[in-house]
Design a binder for this molecule. Structure first.
Ligand code: FAQ
Length: 311
């Protein structure tokens, strides 16, 4: 039986109302949002690393400027999301500490290496493509600050997806070596991109409650299917082959059939055993340690200003 306060809260959500920071909310709602928004923010921050790896090696000045802008956008997304999480009573320092210690998760996808320039195409096309599929519905999520952060993030993600597809077009229609590189990138990123939507609905721990609270608007399997339906025709347009022989349009359902990714690999990556987990956490810890003098300098400057004002 729900308490009257909780019932009113649920009714407001059912009616499409927004919950704002100072409103009453169940502790579970607050905790679940901190978890999801925090992980989302960490994904944006760690997500800079695979592409940051190629900024110095982009093939032209134009490609370099575009990639640099895209990676900076991801940093910005992380910051809006940390701000959204802070409205729930955690600090950015708390969240950062839990990322750096490995206690909090970030998206599994960023634990895979980016081996060639074509990977910049595959990441933009598939990873940002999957991110948008998940984030467009989140613009209608019940928590106001999260929903509003999503509006701007989605605009930027659309540009990211387009720039990735543009790289894939160039590579797929380039020399034979370039076409092979594009196909190889698709082969490596297909499964991990499908994993971005989370485990199957049957295995998803949070989906039922998150959907009732509209923290999540769709189930993991629903969004994964939409992603395949959108992406399969794009692969065909590029003249590339999805590494799944069963991936075909099913005339009866109107959807593409597809094989499940390797879920054992997914759970291994979540446990910290993916190809780049250690490297990613080391890079973030090093950035935090190397930035200590900046934080200390800013704090010292603020303290000096405060005491000057008091004098
Ligand atoms: N990776 O019960 P569920 C981006 C965990 S886009 C790692 O189904 P939930 C943009 C899950 O946390 C990527 N962990 O979980 C970009 C839970 O563990 P916990 C970020 C995963 O939350 C592009 C457990 O498994 N986007 O960064 C993953 O209901 C290019 C059970 O799973 C978002 O975060 C995974 N793939 O559904 C940046 C979007 N999947 O916490 C740079 C918002 C599941 O109990 C370059 N988040 N887990 O220990 C969501 O929509 C949801 O959180 C899901 C997962 C759909 C990701």
């Amino acid at each position: 039986e729900m308490e009257p306060q909780e019932r009113a809260f649920q009714e407001r959500i059912n009616a499409g109302g927004k919950i704002e920071p100072k409103d009453w909310m169940p502790e579970g709602y607050r905790k679940n949002l901190i978890r999801q928004i925090g992980q989302h923010a960490h994904s944006e921050i760690v997500g800079q690393l695979p592409e940051g790896n190629w900024i110095t090696r982009a093939p032209t000045l134009e490609r370099k400027a575009i990639l640099l802008a895209k990676v900076q956008d991801e940093a910005g997304h992380g910051l809006y999301l940390y701000c959204a999480a802070e409205t729930l009573g955690v600090t950015r320092d708390d969240l950062t500490r839990d990322l750096l210690s490995g206690k909090m998760k970030y998206s599994s996808i960023f634990n895979y290496p980016t081996l060639t320039w074509a990977d910049m195409g595959a990441v933009g096309w598939l990873v940002d493509g999957a991110a948008i599929m998940n984030q467009v519905p989140l613009q209608r999520t019940s928590y106001g600050p999260y929903a509003r952060a999503m509006v701007r993030i989605c605009k930027e993600e659309s540009f990211h997806q387009r720039q990735g597809f543009d790289i894939m077009m160039k590579m797929a229609n380039g020399t034979e070596a370039q076409r092979k590189m594009a196909q190889d990138a698709l082969n490596r990123f297909w499964g991990p991109a499908l994993m971005m939507f989370g485990p199957s609905d049957a295995e998803s721990v949070h989906s039922a409650q998150s959907m009732a609270w509209k923290i999540k608007m769709n189930s993991n399997d629903e969004l994964r299917q939409k992603f395949v339906d959108q992406t399969a025709p794009q692969a065909e347009y590029l003249g590339l082959t999805i590494p799944d022989e069963t991936c075909k349009l099913n005339e009866e359902t109107g959807h593409y059939d597809f094989a499940q990714p390797d879920w054992q690999e997914f759970f291994d990556v979540l446990k910290g055993n993916g190809p780049c987990n250690t490297e990613r956490l080391e890079a973030r810890n090093k950035a935090w340690d190397d930035g200590r003098w900046v934080r200390e300098g800013l704090l010292a400057h603020a303290a000096k200003k405060r005491s000057a004002k008091m004098a």
